[in-house]
Design a protein around this ligand. Structure first.
Ligand SMILES: Nc1ncnc2c1ncn2[C@@H]1O[C@H](COP(=O)(O)OP(=O)(O)O)[C@@H](O)[C@H]1O
Ligand SMILES: Nc1ccn([C@@H]2O[C@H](COP(=O)(O)O)[C@@H](O)[C@H]2O)c(=O)n1
Length: 289
């Protein structure tokens, strides 16, 4: 595995001290606002400006798991002829193994992704320290079944496709070193068809669908409150004793406060569903692209 997964923090030396993080998957089409939603969650939880090693909540991007390209593929990518929106563009095994290490409370190092050179930057690795909550965001985080099954909570950022294209064009030109022609050609050739084939169908796996992305402050507040309840519960009851890692409903709480937190969460969900601020599984067909 190409990650430094052998290290344990000093306070995690004994198995009983290891905390399994609450793992949240954040999927959605390109430029839907996945990173912005994660950033807002981190900010509202007072985590954004904190030292990396002290954070209780961390975000990992799926772009760190693009696979290395062959020389021929690199040449194609430079001409905008490589499909970065297809599941085969990712290293599924590395992604799975890394998330397993994260769930075991180990430190992992992941490379940053360089969109200008279409390659992983192994000189510039991000150290992910054990945290209580880990957000994993990317276009296809719910595509691979065994990865999807690792999440305790699944969010889908559902922003209309015109808005996404309107945001992607300036972002790719200003931040990813592309020109207008290349962005539009790539979008029509690969991005849009792959969104429809691989990303959009994963919306059905989401527990919470966030229409309008980061603009949806009500949905973000709700998610933040849920994370706060989880963190408060964990600091009160400690360790992993409050977590059932059973891969069915993902997470189970044994103490009354957590149960009440979940009850509060459910009633907020119902309230939001009625107000059409956030949609849950059964309402997914009502959102449009
Ligand atoms: N609610 C919003 N209003 C305006 N611009 C936004 C909003 N959300 C995201 N953006 C901008 O759109 C672009 C893509 O957002 P980002 O969060 O990076 O999307 P993703 O992570 O899904 O690709 C960025 O330039 C970001 O600043
Ligand atoms: N070398 C690359 C790698 C990926 N992309 C595009 O990035 C998009 C995913 O990132 P978001 O932040 O938009 O979710 C995906 O749609 C790829 O087309 C790229 O252009 N070049």
């Amino acid at each position: 595995m190409d990650v430094d997964n052998t290290l344990l923090l000093p306070n995690c030396e004994h198995k009983t001290d290891i905390k399994t993080p609450f793992l949240i998957g954040v999927a959605g089409g390109t430029a839907s606002g996945k990173s912005t939603v994660c950033k807002k969650i981190m900010e509202q939880l007072g985590q954004a400006d904190m030292d990396q090693a002290q954070r209780q909540v961390v975000t990992i991007g799926q772009d760190s798991f693009y696979r290395e390209l062959t020389t021929a593929e690199k040449a194609k990518a430079q001409k905008g002829l490589f499909n970065f929106d297809h599941p085969d563009a990712f290293n599924e095994n590395l992604m799975y193994d890394t998330l397993q290490e994260v769930l075991k409370g180990r430190i992992v190092k992941v490379p940053c992704y360089d969109y200008r050179s279409n390659s992983l930057d192994h000189e510039n690795k991000l150290t992910i320290y054990p945290a209580d909550v880990v957000l994993f965001e990317g276009i296809l985080v719910f595509y691979f079944p065994k990865i999807r099954d690792l999440f305790h909570m699944k969010l889908f950022v559902d922003t209309d496709s015109d808005t996404r294209l309107a945001r992607r064009v300036p972002r790719d030109i200003n931040e990813r070193g592309r020109d207008l022609d290349a962005v539009l050609t790539q979008y029509m050739t690969f991005v849009k068809p792959a969104f429809e084939e691989f990303c959009s169908p994963t919306k059905k796996f989401a527990d919470v669908i966030i229409p309008r992305g980061a603009d949806n402050t009500v949905a973000i507040d709700l998610i933040v409150q849920h994370i706060r309840d989880f963190l408060n519960n964990r600091s009160r009851y400690g360790s992993t004793t409050n977590i059932n890692h059973d891969n069915t409903n993902g997470i189970g709480f044994r103490d009354p406060d957590s149960f009440m937190a979940i009850r509060r969460y459910s009633s907020l969900c119902n309230e939001l569903t009625n107000k059409e601020n956030a949609f849950f599984g059964k309402h997914q067909n009502r959102t449009q692209h």
